[in-house]
Ligand binder design. Sequence first.
Ligand code: SAM
Length: 397
Amino acid sequence: MLDGASLSEALPADRHPAGQDLVYGTLREYGRGDAWLAQLLRRPLNDVAVRALLLCALHALRSERRAAHTVVDQAVRACAQLGHAAAKGLVNAVLRNALRRRAALEQALERDEAARYAHPRWWIERLRRDYPDVWAQILEAGNGHPPMTLRVNRRRLSREAYLQRLREAGIEACAVGDYGIRLARPRPVHALPGFDEGDVSVQDAAAQYAAPLLDLEPGQRVLDACAAPGGKTAQLLETADLDLLALDRDPARAGRIEQNLRRLHLHAEVRVADAGEPEAWWDGRPYDRVLLDVPCTGSGVVRRHPDIKWLRRESDIAGFAAQQRRLLNALWRVLRRGGKLLYITCSVFAEENRLQIADFLARHTDARPLPTALPREGQLLPNDEHDGFYYALLEKH
Ligand SMILES: C[S@@+](CC[C@H](N)C(=O)[O-])C[C@H]1O[C@@H](n2cnc3c(N)ncnc32)[C@H](O)[C@@H]1O
């Protein structure tokens, strides 16, 4: 991440769980580690590998899961493994100094908002402006650990029946929302009963609002415009027999839609295309329903992807908003009169959500917002139950 790569690109596929925990924890707290380092280093440290090693070690010291001397020893030994044996002295001195000055360093964090809330300053300011009442809760939720939530494939079994199977397998879980199941502790998907056979998928509880809101009927023509990796495509198809076209612009990601549907025994037409250019893929027959799960900053899911907080720039928001506006304009044309379009983001920034839809409604007199019964007019905030998402349901008249 310090060199601009995202976490999913940088971590090996066969990552060790303890290593993954350390990296995710370090990035969740990056604002704090960075503030500590600023006080502990006498000169700027430009070596990315040594800086990353120090940040991980400081996180390990603060979290106190391992004895402090073990953390220091392992960090010093890791210098040689990384080919930076010359940095051993520096790493040792910085970490020992951190232990000695710990109380003062912790106190200094309280005065620095980026460190205290472990988010960039511009992000904190934006949330303060968008949510004068709950901005600090959103930041705190973004630093927590995400729940692992499942969606039962109701074509194969009921939620009750799957909860029973989990009980038999000794896996602690409870019902969440109308269709979901939250596990008490995350576990690898292939260890879940019936996962490989297509009985269940992993999907956040907020994402599971998509199909119920679309009010689907068998035989409807449905477009899932930004579909990969197909979580919501599958949910729609589990709900009703649909004539569904799933688009995604990214060929590799589109392949994952097919994989997921195969596992779940579902079928849709999958195409690689730019949803914003209907001339290239639309046969001219209007759709009854359009699901538009747009590309966005991901500011509502940072506890799952803590690198997002540090990789995004404030200027990226306008770029995402422009893409979203273009997709909304283009896809409104392919919807029939009386049809419904569901706009979704996994963001908490008003510019991508409430303000984006207000701007769309001001420009489209044939669009009417429908009530969804969701809190905060469709702006779901991250909490113990679900991630931060935004939903707007629009009807064409
Ligand atoms: C938020 S993700 C979709 C998640 C998906 N709906 C699910 O539930 O699994 C957004 C997707 O939009 C795709 N995308 C971005 N711009 C696009 C465009 N112009 N046309 C089609 N797909 C696009 C991205 O490749 C990405 O897979």
